[in-house]
Design a protein around this ligand. Sequence first.
Ligand SMILES: Nc1ncnc2c1ncn2[C@@H]1O[C@H](COP(=O)(O)OP(=O)(O)OP(=O)(O)O)[C@@H](O)[C@H]1O
Length: 568
Amino acid sequence: MALHTALFVLVIGYQRDILDQLIGWNEKRWISLMGVLDPIFDQNSYKGIQVYHSREQLGESKADIILIAGKEKAYWEEAEKIKRTNSVIIELDTFWILEKTVHQISEIQSLTRRQKVFQTILTHSHEGVQFIDSNGIVRFVNPSFSRITNIPPEERLGKHIDEVSPDGSLAKAFKTRAAVLSHTSSSLGSNVESIANAAPIFSDNKFIGAVTTFQDVTEVKYLTEKLMEHEQKQKVRDQQTSGGYKSKHSLDHIIGESEAIKETLNQAKNAARSRSTVLITGESGTGKELLAHSIHTESNFSEQPFVTVNCAAIPESLLESELFGHEKGAFTHAVKQKAGKIELADGGTLFLDEIGDMDLSLQAKMLRVLQEKEFERIGGLKKIHVDFRIIAATNADLEKLVSEGKFREDLYYRFNVIRLEAPPLRKRKKDIPLLVQELLNRIGQKVGFNPMELTEKGTSYLLEHEWPGNIRELENFLERIMNESTSSVIPDALVKKHMYRTQVASIKRGGKNSKIPSLLTLKEMEKDHIQQTLDHYGTSMEGKKKAAHSLGISISTLYNKIRDHQLE
Ligand SMILES: Nc1ncnc2c1ncn2[C@@H]1O[C@H](COP(=O)(O)OP(=O)(O)OP(=O)(O)O)[C@@H](O)[C@H]1O
């Protein structure tokens, strides 16, 4: 066929409507038609279509297609005259049949092409796709469906959706004839978590089936959980840093040269080398907490948190939440999520002071954490993994508590791995002079006094007492006399007077090891007693009357004694 700039069509037997229709056709339609009419037709040779209704209009040009619209013989003759070698002459009715066929073929081809495109999309889609027909029978699953769910196609195809996945999105869309969005499910026959969207399909208002597409969110969920866990850990780490959970003392702060304290210090050094649980026992004020801090400071994980929980200082009802933390809304006052001390101690040391005061139900929970290294916050479901070392301290007789059923035996054994005894002061009186000097400096700094000291004699008075309250009692005693002393060397008489009072008070409390004080002479005792009575009632006339009455002497005798003892 000759090369034209356009495809020339001539209609012989002019009919306006036919002409209009043909002119309205697009190029694609002509081209596909020509492809059928002329096998060697090269569609690339043509740019546009020209439709003519008479030979005159065509002029000198030759028509590529001559359509004969009518039965007249003359039309054919005319066509013969103006045709070229390759021109196609065709009768209009035949043309229509042909055109219709060509058109249908091209529609089928385009449908097939479209189907192929969809098929490829579905096959390569990362999302799982499942299709049911209008009867609810599964007709199609794509490869991703099987990959995600681990269900082979043959287990689905041909089965009713209610039989194979009655709670899924597709069954819902089938039942309700409505779209189902963001349907989360793990019941696809595997442990895979998915999010599905299902939609019914209508054609001419007729329900013809439904389709679901879903994504495997197992990994996304896993990663989200990991991210949340990480964020949570970061929060806890921030709290660990900002909460000042650091040990504040080291073994250097523990003063003493006695055999008893030296042995304890050696044990503490050994304990610092391992991560085993430590139980520190000893009377009140003997330095158990100081030892716990020091063991952590000496350990390899001293940079990690050191978190203290005093089981006696916190009301029982709050202790659990203090230890385990809670989720928001776990109980009335849980207005926000809170990490517990166990979580905060992760990586470091949890120091449980006064462990003998922990109630039995909490002991059971604590035992579980120690065994499993895992716990849940109050009101929480997620297990939190922790790794920390426990140092427990008590001044109670734990063995006795165990035998009385007040302390769990299994927990006692868990705690009693490395055992340390903080020796009482009465077993290391030798340390008192050293301790006094250290404590005087420490208290001076604390309360803002210039350095103070005791004479040798003054110090010797302190050796007369058994110190049931141990170093804390000694510390308080020294602070008291420092406050009363007007000179940097604390007067011996002041020490003597207060030591006497301390001993009397100790006897009154029924202190087991308290001796009858022998520090004061009878006269000194009388002076001190009158002074204390006057301090109590005051030195007004009325106060003196009451003091005399309380002392069992007349007011004039009181005046004489005040004068004799130079009390005013
Ligand atoms: N060896 C020591 N050298 C210096 N100071 C000490 C020594 N032992 C204890 N202290 C001081 O004595 C005070 C009491 O110590 P700590 O609180 O550690 O005793 P505790 O046995 O834990 O007491 P409690 O049983 O009452 O809890 C603290 O001020 C501490 O610094």
